[in-house]
Design a binder for this molecule. Structure first.
Ligand code: NAD
Length: 396
């Protein structure tokens, strides 16, 4: 049965169907492991009252081989219809007319929030001294900014036309090397900012988190990034005046470069982060590296208004280790935890997180993490999954 949205509420049936994309490369290894873990967590938490039926939909190389299409319409329809889905990593097709399958999915469903929680797991080796102080949730705007894909290659008639427009009609005189410039456009809107910042504040309130920090470069890009800051504050004051006056939430802002320094020096100062697309890209990767790197960072792309959400492994297809039982499945497992939380199945989510915590404390991890742990016991992907399942079975 399908997840549905009624007004503000997500209606989740006890027997829920979740469409999934297995993913290319290591996708064939991490997807079955994470599904087995989730099934076990749901079984342990709800004793058969709830369950997930996984429905495979095709995308990427597997889709191309089977249908000749990298992203079949049926896949988009399934995500549209079922609201909530999950995906493994996808190869970016080269020269096939699709910029990126991930971008196509985000755009089609207007998934305007890229959500990246970042926390440290005891036992995981980090490059910083006090990783336990890192506990943030990033709300990265997913549809605007210089990422919108409006750009013209140097030397093309379009680039020359755009240059003429800038000079002749807009009076621009500041382009240093006119003939050899490429151009890009950075749209940042009031609506785009407001829906992102609103979602971040609502998330902070629902999860009893202390603050939302607007991260921007408004000191330099005054109208785009500066607009983000101005509209973000205005929205908070207009729609959350009561919560602000009661001290339930604090809204503040920081310039993006200072923020990146501060995350290393005083990460405990930050909780929920709301930021633009490009800043969010850099910030997500830096923060992920601070708590143990690419193999364990989960993520999701969400439209909180329609309810559509696709949870995902944040790393790529890792072709260099595919098929070797080496890949760390934690990113997809923790993305599945986010999915369970989104469904409101918190007990199953918490059981999974706890089992992973216990594994890491014991040094039980895939080689990428275990090799840095003083008590590290390197496990294959399958064996790591089995370890988590054993721990889940022991839960009360
Ligand atoms: P990558 O993330 O696949 O790999 C980078 C390095 O990190 C590799 O050495 C890899 O072995 C390692 N690594 C990645 N995930 C790991 C894990 N879970 N456990 C252990 N090691 C891991 O990035 P790439 O090599 O730049 O990209 C390969 C392909 O993946 C490209 O086609 C790219 O377009 C695609 N990609 C897809 C996504 C996505 O679908 N979300 C994201 C990034 C890249």
């Amino acid at each position: 049965m399908k997840v549905q949205k009624q007004g503000e509420k997500l209606i989740v049936p006890d027997q829920v169907t979740i469409p999934f994309i297995e993913g290319d490369g290591v996708g064939a290894e991490i997807t079955p492991v994470s599904q087995k873990i989730v099934n076990e967590a749901v079984k342990t938490a709800y004793q058969g009252k709830r369950s997930i039926e996984w429905k495979e939909v095709l995308a990427g190389e597997k889709a191309f081989k089977a249908t000749g299409n990298w992203l079949p319409d049926e896949t988009l329809d399934a995500f549209r219809e079922h609201l909530v889905g999950i995906k493994g990593p996808l190869t970016t097709p080269i020269g096939e007319g699709i910029r990126s399958l991930n971008v196509a999915l985000r755009q089609t469903l207007d998934l305007y929030v890229c959500l990246r929680p970042v926390r440290w797991f005891k036992g995981v080796v980090s490059p910083i001294k006090e990783p336990q102080k890192v506990d943030m949730v990033i709300f990265r705007e997913n549809t605007e900014d210089i990422y919108a894909g409006i750009e013209w290659q140097q030397g093309t008639p379009e680039a020359r036309k755009f240059l003429r427009f800038l000079k002749d009609e807009m009076g621009v005189t500041k382009i240093r090397f006119e003939d050899t410039s490429a151009f890009g456009v950075k749209p940042v809107s009031i609506e785009g900012t407001e829906r992102l910042v609103r979602s971040a504040i609502e998330y902070a309130l629902e999860n009893h988190l202390p603050s939302v920090t607007l991260v921007h470069k408004g000191n330099i890009m005054k109208y785009t990034e500066g607009g983000f800051k101005k509209w973000g504050y205005a929205l908070a004051e207009r729609e959350f005046a009561k919560e602000l006056s009661e001290g339930k939430i604090i809204i503040n802002d920081v310039i993006a470069d200072a923020f990146l320094q501060n995350t290393l020096l005083t990460p405990e100062k930050y909780s929920v982060i709301a930021t633009l697309n490009l800043n969010g890209d850099y910030i997500s990767d830096q923060l992920a590296a601070m708590v143990g790197g690419i193999g364990i960072a989960p993520g999701a792309n969400i439209n909180y208004l329609s309810g559509h959400a696709i949870f995902e492994a944040t790393h790529g297809t890792a072709p260099d280790i595919a098929g070797q039982n080496k890949v760390n499945p934690s990113s997809l497992i923790l993305s599945s935890v986010m999915l369970l939380e989104y469904l409101g199945w918190k007990e199953a989510a918490d059981l999974t997180t706890k089992a992973m915590e216990e594994a890491f404390i014991n040094g039980e991890a895939t080689t990428d993490l275990a090799r840095f742990m003083p008590n590290g016991k390197p496990l294959g992907t399958i064996e790591f999954g089995e370890t988590i399942i054993k721990k889940l079975r022991l839960e009360p």
